[in-house]
Design a protein around this ligand. Sequence first.
Ligand SMILES: Nc1ncnc2c1ncn2[C@@H]1O[C@H](COP(=O)(O)OP(=O)(O)OP(=O)(O)O)[C@@H](O)[C@H]1O
Ligand SMILES: O=C(O)C1=C[C@@H](O)[C@@H](O)[C@H](O)C1
Ligand SMILES: [Mg+2]
Length: 168
Amino acid sequence: MTRPVVVLIGPPGAGKTTVGRLVAAELGMPFTDTDELIETEQQMSISDIFVERGEAHFRQLEADAVARAVTTGGVVAVGGGAPMTPATAELLESMPVVFLSVTIADAAGRVGFSSARPLLSVNPRATWTRLMGDRRPTYERLATWVVETDGRSAEEVVGDVVAEVRGS
Ligand SMILES: Nc1ncnc2c1ncn2[C@@H]1O[C@H](COP(=O)(O)OP(=O)(O)OP(=O)(O)O)[C@@H](O)[C@H]1O
Ligand SMILES: O=C(O)C1=C[C@@H](O)[C@@H](O)[C@H](O)C1
Ligand SMILES: [Mg+2]
């Protein structure tokens, strides 16, 4: 089975989409972002899927999108909550995974916590902190590599991820 050269995981604002696209370009490989895949296939924004169909339905779409995305190889970025679905975590256990680590100070500065991120539309700082507390053990357990992103440009982070991929 074709498998990705790297799967990027981490909380909202870690830079998975931005870094993943740049890493793929540098490696000359395809890039798949599961949030974008879902939005394209459903012809709806993630925010609208949460409102109209609920989070549980989104998580089913997400698990299915991740399972298909990893079969295309290249670089894959998964949604911030994807690793919390047990079937997805199990799938990622056998893959090269980078956890893009970030603190709330930098994440907030990057994303501004707009309504485009439905889980963060109410009390975003407290929610982000709680989510990160719940998820960090899973992110760390699945990580082949952890790349710190605080105070670093996307290009610097890309350099680290590419080096890990090339060295593996
Ligand atoms: N290392 C970085 N330094 C500064 N800004 C960054 C960095 N990485 C990403 N950004 C910026 O932060 C914003 C959020 O990045 P991005 O959308 O890639 O995060 P994400 O991890 O994919 O979030 P989500 O889980 O919500 O999809 C973007 O505007 C991006 O340009
Ligand atoms: O952290 C999360 O649970 C989410 C992150 C985004 O990537 C999207 O998948 C969605 O907004 C949910
Ligand atoms: Mg993203």
